[in-house]
Design a binder for this molecule. Structure first.
Ligand code: PDD
Length: 276
């Protein structure tokens, strides 16, 4: 594993962030998590484009191009000598005496490259549990911002309830998971929340949409309620680190037959072919 701070490679336990760093003090920044499989990045350009979009959305002055970021990330992975790893990259508004207003300083770019710790196979084979919680986040969840307090509080609540993920809702309408996008299968069709400012446009979601089209499974981007979630034939969540994860129980309700369903399985099989 390896760290990177503004042009320098460092070990992960090195003290490199000054106290007046805005990511540290304000959460004033954006990030991405990118998975490498056997030395190859999965949808790197899409991640980098989202990173640039998030930066623009919070008015971070980014000079780097998509190609610059690609090279930075590929070089860090090469340096780490890891083949199956996650790159965490974050950009913050830099280092300046604490003041809410934007400082006139360069942005900070930091990265970590760590060995990937994929979910245990039995989790995917048997499915996992989720709980439904209120979505207490802000109005701009399409930005992959460092401000994850509502997400981590909900994730912790889920964990303490013996669950893998919390599926969030606003007034009874499902948005997404705390760190994943959420889907249901009803009558053979996939339903997932449309891309509004209320959800992150997941890169794995993009992959699932493409796979669904390939397999001739309808991919319907329409809002659905928590009632529909509980009565769905299948439920799954997706993210870079979870890939496609079947949910078989939500609160006290079994989903379908309480085991991962056929559509989720087909999607995951095709996903595995794409990352091979
Ligand atoms: N989380 N929605 C939220 C709120 C997320 O934080 C994530 C990813 C996703 C899925 O996006 P993608 O498929 O591009 O990973 C959806 C990352 C993995 C994290 O915070 O660790």
């Amino acid at each position: 594993e390896i760290g990177y701070v503004n042009g320098k490679y460092v070990s992960l336990d090195e003290a490199v962030i000054p106290i007046d760093e805005r990511g540290h003090q304000f959460g004033d920044g954006v990030y991405e998590v990118i998975r490498f499989y056997n030395g190859k990045p999965f949808m790197l350009v899409e991640h980098v484009e989202r990173l640039i979009n998030s930066s623009k959305a919070i008015r971070l002055p980014i000079e780097q191009s998509v190609e610059d970021f690609n090279q930075l990330i590929l070089q860090a992975v090469e340096k780490s000598e890891l083949k199956d790893c996650n790159v965490y990259i974050q950009i913050t508004r830099g280092i300046a005496t604490r003041l809410h207003l934007f400082p006139n300083v360069p942005v900070s770019i930091t990265m970590t490259v760590r060995e990937a710790k994929p979910p245990k196979p039995e989790m995917r084979d048997n499915g996992v549990k989720a709980i439904i919680l209120d979505d207490e986040r802000w109005a701009n969840c399409y930005i992959k911002s460092l401000n994850l307090l509502p997400n981590i509080l909900a994730k912790q609540t889920a964990d303490e309830a013996g669950c893998y993920e919390a599926i969030l809702n606003r007034d009874g309408v499902v948005t997404e998971g705390t760190s994943s996008n959420a889907y249901i299968i009803k009558e053979g069709k996939i339903f997932t929340a449309p891309l509004t400012k209320q959800i992150l446009p997941g890169i794995t979601r993009m992959a699932v949409k493409r796979i669904a089209e390939k397999l001739n499974i309808d991919f319907v981007e329409e809002p659905f309620t928590t009632d529909l979630l509980l009565s769905a034939d299948e439920v799954f969540v997706t993210s870079t680190t979870s890939e496609i994860m079947p949910i078989v129980k939500i609160d006290d309700n079994s989903i379908g037959n309480g085991v991962p369903g056929p559509v989720t399985k087909r999607l995951y099989e095709q996903f595995q072919l794409e990352i091979a």
